[in-house]
Design a protein around this ligand. Structure first.
Ligand code: NIG
Ligand code: FE
Length: 426
């Protein structure tokens, strides 16, 4: 009888960080206690992990099988594929024109109130064809992947009409079908009150609830619903109305909370049972305590604070309180124009005081739970998707410390090599 074939064995791994062991988002010390295997190997069959551990044990376990292909990791560091739980991937245009205003001290909310900021991206997104949006987002998604991301959440929110929100979500759906990176879609029609509804936010909220949400649901264009709860954008009460309606329709919910002004967004996330609350730069102790009681994941976005030159989220306090912390790029054309989770690693260390182990936890298993993918990605364990990153780095701390460059050598997505020697495999 012929020996059964295993598709791929990745061997001679210098340090293999598996992130296995806790089947939920990690809290407190669990974020630091990260399993690292020296001289490791991962065996892959049909896009899934079938064995992981010390190479000697993996080979022993599979000694009656043959490997269709073997990849020598040459002592590299290997982690699970990175997960980005918060991006605004699909949009038109760019906003480098705001840099000058920013340098002159004009604030993010003032630019928005004057009809710029999100509104200028809304105009560019409405003007763009689906094809143009697809091409632009595809290029960005390639960069995400080359920098180690294998699962990425993507929000709408630059259309603000049913038709234009639909266009963004349709692009995300097409990318999910054509690009190796897995996407998780979020409807964010409540990202801003469109200029044509200025002074009539109640009418717009009504449209989001009664026109947009039901259509998006009927056509399964998004799994999550998100709202920008912020001074001058949506109030706590408006956010509550939208998220409650979305929850009743079967969406999972999340919220941009307490980014600039402490409005009580964190408390609202706890009250409504949001899976996560994002930003939280200005969240109060009461808000964080409420999140902790309800197990709401805190998604910190240090590249946004860096770029807005704003205070940083209190990630250490969150960990102390037992909030599972996740990290993300918040990739968008205004407050965080970067696709690099590796830059976020460095900012997570230097500005949020997180350790390399906590950072990786926040970008893998905790990020996966923040987008309802904890059972399939975020750790390397038998039965999960074979999403791995090989870095040209000796250890985790090195990744965080040597900043501003791309350390990724190889990315394996669903068992396929999609990046090799830092370049996309076409
Ligand atoms: O997450 N804060 C709201 N939304 C985005 C920024 C959007 C933009 O400026 O275009 C964010 O930071
Ligand atoms: Fe955002």
């Amino acid at each position: 009888m012929m020996a059964e074939k295993i598709d791929l064995l990745v061997y001679n791994i210098g340090k293999l960080v598996t992130m296995q062991g806790v089947a939920r988002a990690r809290v407190g010390d669990e974020m630091q206690q990260v399993e690292t295997i020296e001289r490791g190997a991962v065996a892959i069959q049909n896009g899934k992990v079938v064995a992981v551990g010390e190479e000697i044990q993996v080979r022993e376990q599979l000694k009656n099988k043959v490997f269709a292909a073997e990849l020598d990791a040459k002592q590299k560091l290997v982690t699970p594929g990175l997960v980005d739980p918060h991006t605004h991937l699909v949009h038109g245009g760019s906003r480098e024109n705001e840099l000058d205003m920013k340098l002159k001290g004009v604030s993010y909310l003032d630019i928005l109130a004057a009809g710029g900021g999100i509104h200028s991206t809304v105009q560019a997104t409405r003007r763009a064809t689906e094809e143009e949006l697809y091409e632009k987002a595809r290029k960005s998604l390639d960069i995400f992947m080359q920098y180690g991301a294998t699962t990425v959440e993507v929000k709408s929110g630059y259309g603000l009409t049913l038709e234009d929100e639909w266009k963004q979500l349709k692009v995300a759906k097409r990318l999910q079908e054509t690009h190796p990176v897995d996407l998780v879609s979020t409807f964010m029609g409540a990202h801003a009150v469109p200029t044509e509804y200025k002074g009539k936010s109640a009418e717009y909220v009504d449209k989001v609830i009664n026109q947009m949400l039901p259509e998006i649901k009927t056509h399964s264009l998004a799994e999550f619903c998100d709202v920008f709860c912020e001074h001058g954008v949506f109030t706590v009460e408006e956010s509550r109305q939208i998220l409650l309606a979305a929850k009743e329709m079967g969406f999972r919910i999340k919220i941009h909370a307490d980014e600039i002004v402490p409005m009580g967004g964190a408390q609202l996330a706890a009250e409504l049972g949001c899976i996560s609350a994002e930003h939280l730069l200005a969240a109060t102790d009461e808000g964080l305590e409420a999140m902790s009681r309800q197990g709401v994941i805190g998604v910190c976005l240090p590249a946004t604070s860096f770029n807005l030159r704003a205070p940083h989220a209190r990630a250490r306090k969150m960990i102390e309180l037992g909030i599972p912390v996740a990290l993300s790029t918040d990739y968008n054309p205004g407050s965080s124009p970067t696709e690099s989770l590796q830059l976020v690693m460095t900012l997570g260390a230097l500005n949020l005081n997180l350790t390399p182990e906590e950072i990786l936890t926040a970008m893998t298993i905790n990020a996966a739970y923040a987008i309802n993918r904890g059972d399939t990605v975020g750790s390397l364990e038998v039965g999960k998707q074979a999403d791995l990153v090989l870095y040209d780095a000796p250890n985790l701390a090195y990744l965080v410390y040597h900043f501003g460059i791309n350390h990724v050598d190889t990315v394996i997505k669903d068992g396929q090599i999609v990046v090799s020697e830092g370049q996309k495999v076409s």
